[in-house]
Design a protein around this ligand. Structure first.
Ligand code: PAF
Length: 281
């Protein structure tokens, strides 16, 4: 396993082995089983697997959130060694964004609602760094989790719009036994907050049950979700949205497959999750 912070080393290793397929798993570190499931999938589908570990400052909306984002590089490297990862890029912020850095990649419409509305410039930061990661590794496939589904859609859009010859592979959400979607941010919850955090999955499950039993009105689905979340005193809702699968346009009725999104703050930590619902299933 080669680990380097040097962009030129990473680029050289990827280019030297140009007869094989490379899979890339971009991460911000503090790895959990969700990340490792992406790595395992890449390992099973590609000849070589690269991972980036970089807490990308330009996708954070608050300096405090960036500072408190959990980090543990030694542990991450140990976990990746067990997965037989070939190459790891661990750059410093100054190597990714030198002083005269002044270019960004912005995907327009799909990034506007939900996370985009709550976290201005978040997606611009994500797509800018992912474009840079794609340029450095030049992977054949790149693996992203469906927990950050709006991010996944923004990256797929960027790949189409900018003609990257890269297959973006969506990977299913991994959940804790109580249903909480795995996320590095979960580690920052207090014991009480961790218990309350199950409300995201409970709310999404209530939406799925409602749709399966014939409820089509989004207002009704949303009210039920809000009442489920409000049973947990410390949970503050940012948004509950039901959206069209392709465009993420907000829906007022569910007549076919749709995506239900939720964002909740607990202990000052933002948690997001989503689920696919389908009245026809
Ligand atoms: O999902 C993440 O961990 C990050 O947004 C990503 C894709 C690694 C970009 O920094």
């Amino acid at each position: 396993m080669k680990v380097s912070s040097d962009l030129n080393v990473i680029r050289r290793v990827c280019q030297e082995s140009n007869v094989c397929t490379w899979g890339l798993v971009p991460t911000m570190g503090y790895l959990h089983d969700g990340h490792l499931s992406l790595v395992r999938r890449a390992r099973s589908e590609c000849d070589r697997v690269g991972v980036s570990i970089f807490v990308n400052p330009i996708q954070f909306t608050s300096a405090e959130d960036l500072k408190s984002y959990p980090r543990n590089l030694d542990r991450d490297l140990e976990l990746l060694r067990e997965q037989e990862v070939d190459l790891i890029w661990t750059p410093q912020p100054g190597q990714v964004y030198p002083d005269d850095f002044q270019t960004s990649v912005n995907v327009e419409r799909i990034t506007r609602p939900m996370e985009g509305a709550s976290r201005p410039d978040h997606f611009r930061g994500v797509t800018t760094v992912v474009a840079k990661l794609f340029n450095v590794f030049q992977p054949d496939r790149a693996y992203f989790g469906e927990k950050d589904r709006q991010q996944l859609f923004a990256i797929q859009q960027m790949v189409r719009d900018l003609n990257y010859d890269i297959e973006v592979v969506p990977c299913a959400i991994l959940r804790e036994p109580d249903g909480l979607a795995m996320s590095s941010r979960n580690a920052r919850l207090t014991a009480r907050g961790r218990k309350q955090a199950v409300c995201l999955y409970e709310a999404l499950s209530s939406a799925k049950t409602a749709v399966a039993s014939g409820v089509a009105e989004v207002d009704t689905i949303r009210e039920e979700m809000i009442s489920v979340i409000h049973k947990h005193a410390g949970a503050h809702i940012d948004y509950v949205t039901v959206a069209a699968v392709e465009t993420l346009h907000e829906l007022t009725t569910v007549e076919g497959p749709a995506l239900v999104f939720v964002a909740v703050e607990i202990d000052g930590i933002r948690l997001i999750d989503n689920i696919l619902v389908n009245p026809l299933a």
